[in-house]
Design a protein around this ligand. Sequence first.
Ligand SMILES: [Zn+2]
Length: 458
Amino acid sequence: MMNPRNDSLSHIHSHVVHVPWPPMVTGVAATLAVLLHELESSQWLSHEVILQKQLEQLSLLVNYAAQYSPYFKAKCEQMGARTKNIATLEDLRQLPILMRSDIQQAGESLHCTEVPKTHMPWVEAKSSGSTGEPVVVRKSNINGLLWQANMMREHFWHQRDFRGSLLVIRNSVSEPVQQDGWGPPVNVLYKSGRTMGLPILTNMDELLKAILDFKPEHINIYPSTLDALINHCQKQGVTIDCIKHIWAFSENLTPPVRQRAKDFFGASVEDDYSSNELGIIALQCPVSGLYHVMAETVLLEVLDAAGNPCAPGEIGRVVATSLHNFAAPLIRYDTGDYAQVGPLCPCGRGLPTLQSIKGRTRNMVTWPDGTKYWPLIGYQQYSAVAPITQFQFIQHDLQHIEARLVVTSELTLEQESALCSIVHKSLGYPFTIRFSYFQGRIPTGKNGKFEEFISMIA
Ligand SMILES: [Zn+2]
């Protein structure tokens, strides 16, 4: 099967004066172009060949880390783990797991005392402190290039037209801004349309006005903001038909929000799974909707409670190895996330899949008997019984759940009671529910991320 944008590299803009055709690129753009060409073909390799290539790369990485990372060396010696000639997944599984707390404690000793010259320079990647365990790790220039290549892959897979305008709403934008072009990596290779950036705290009136004025074809948005925008538009009786691609990021995009966005905007809704430490971990397949692991850059394990690999359909914790980070070995790094293993994808790509990304342990409800459970939280059911525009559940202890709500009119006792019944069913236990009401929006965490369910139980 051919990638519909397989010819995309023939439209790159030339870097050489007076030579528009055939286009020629130099420097970083040339490296990126070659990398994209490689990724275009590697995605179609068989599952077995991809795994073999990953293991060859892994063996080099483990051997290097055992030599240059004092932390990794000591830890492997202490566990009696073999670091030479890693050739199978069993070989990988005898290596130590790297927890976030290990990274914090290891400090400088995690980092390699030498980084290959061609991988330089390194930069620091700070991961969000959403688990209360912020970490800082080094990433090399090679990791940066691979991140950019995977970002381009995401654009190609979803056939985003770079000539169209882009609206970006995110935490890192401090005030409204407009610029020509989409910024790197797109404008390294292509001419692109205008971009508008808005801060995450932009109120819904302003956001709607910006969309109606700017008419973006693409929007890059947090799922919770997307959901609030749809509510606002519906309340105002406004329809928006300019948006063709909605490109969600950062928070977990739930099936109900995805469906609402698809129905309301008539747009393609596209998701990815990424982190600052690892770059893009998985991208949603344009054919099946499964999440393809970026196997050229990351070797992903999904493990059950006993540390054994999960079978397709099972949910486990995501343990990732960044295959090209020779500045800080993120080998068997426990991301703190949970995901459901997917089957081989019908699209024909050999890249492994995840069925869904579940979030973190703190997004699981705990029943009084200690069982942890992924709550089924469905907006449609709630809005059918009460005028709710936003909700969030906080589990404070084994008996009590706080339901935080934003409503358009005060709920009656009957509505609260009807809501309780649905919540009990969704959470799988008749918790005592306390209602708290908020004006406008429910505040997000320090990192700007909104989570529908948060457990305060350690
Ligand atoms: Zn696929």
